[in-house]
Design a protein around this ligand. Structure first.
Ligand SMILES: [Zn+2]
Length: 314
């Protein structure tokens, strides 16, 4: 029998940032008001705390800690509005916001530190699953922060379903958290692949091309369009490899390989500072940090790194 799943991992790709999971979302408990009320006050509950979307960590233990007890959250004047993140075993997990005007005070206090999400992920301050959990809290906090008013009628909306939707009390419209899909891909032509550098990249950095999907497009359409727009290369077949939640602020990165059907690169200078073809041996050197021109890859938490790895290992 054909094994359609032969090359696919059974779970999140190892090392891919924001993809690991060790708690279940327990969506069936979101609308259970009695359960939520008692879980929030139980001694087992733990709270992820964010101030202006920056996660709070306790840096005083043997390892940084992102889960706080009820008394700690109360002392820090965490908002009563909670996002139910799910269950880790029998530990109910919630996210809460800290008052934004306390930001500087908390930053200066020694015990707790506000550390931006990118640094937490880049420096492996938390376990992969904990980084993903805090990333979800950050993405959801961002959405709540910017959706306080109904996009249908303009009146105030309020959080419902333990933070997983907002309801307009005026017109009744329900609003659900956004995930913005982004295609990110390597175009491949024989033994070479196409990588580019955005103007904002660090010196020497090359990566996969990427762009937001647009309404009315398939993933494959978006891959073909973006590569053609940014680099003038035409694309035939497209293969989906893996996906990654990316909470900056709320993207889903959709990693693909694309079969290039032309060679001549014409960059869009508004999108790219440069794009060029790299041989497989060159990409291997880029990933190993040994490329003779000092060309570097995105860090291993980023999906681009893993897509490049797939190309090199094939
Ligand atoms: Zn409304």
């Amino acid at each position: 029998m054909t094994d359609f799943f032969r090359d696919l991992p059974h779970g999140p790709v190892a090392g891919l940032g924001f993809a690991a999971k060790d708690c279940e979302r327990a969506a069936h408990l979101r609308d259970n008001a009695d359960w939520q009320a008692s879980a929030r006050l139980s001694g087992k509950a733990r709270f992820i705390l964010l101030c202006r979307e920056v996660p709070l960590l306790d840096m005083t233990g043997p390892a940084p800690r992102a889960r706080f007890k009820l008394a700690e959250a109360t002392n820090l004047q965490a908002s009563d509005e909670m996002l139910f993140l799910g269950l880790d075993g029998d530990t109910p997990l919630f996210a809460r916001a800290l008052p934004g005007d306390h930001f500087d005070d908390i930053k200066q206090a020694g015990r707790y530190k506000l550390i931006d999400m990118r640094s937490i992920a880049m420096q492996d301050l938390l376990t992969p699953a904990e980084t993903a959990l805090v990333g979800t809290a950050k993405a959801m906090g961002h959405w709540h922060q910017r959706h306080g008013f109904c996009s249908a009628c303009g009146k105030a909306s309020k959080s419902a379903s333990s933070g997983w939707k907002r309801i307009c009390e005026s017109c009744g419209a329900e609003h659900f958290p956004r995930t913005d899909p982004v295609v990110i891909m390597l175009a491949i032509r024989g033994d070479r692949c196409l990588m580019g550098r955005a103007p904002a990249f660090p010196e020497g950095r090359y990566s996969c091309l990427a762009g937001f999907m647009e309404p009315g497009e398939t993933i494959e359409d978006a891959v073909r369009r973006e590569i053609h727009e940014e680099a003038g290369i035409t694309v035939g077949r497209v293969k989906l490899l893996m996906a990654q939640p990316w909470p900056f602020p709320s993207s889903l990165m959709i990693g693909c390989l694309a079969e290039a059907t032309s060679d001549e690169i014409t960059i869009d200078p508004n999108e790219l500072a440069d794009a060029r073809w790299f041989t497989k041996a060159e990409v291997a050197a880029v990933l190993a940090g040994t490329h003779p021109d000092g060309i570097s890859a995105p860090p291993s938490m980023a999906i681009a790194h893993h897509i490049m790895r797939v190309f090199v290992d094939a």
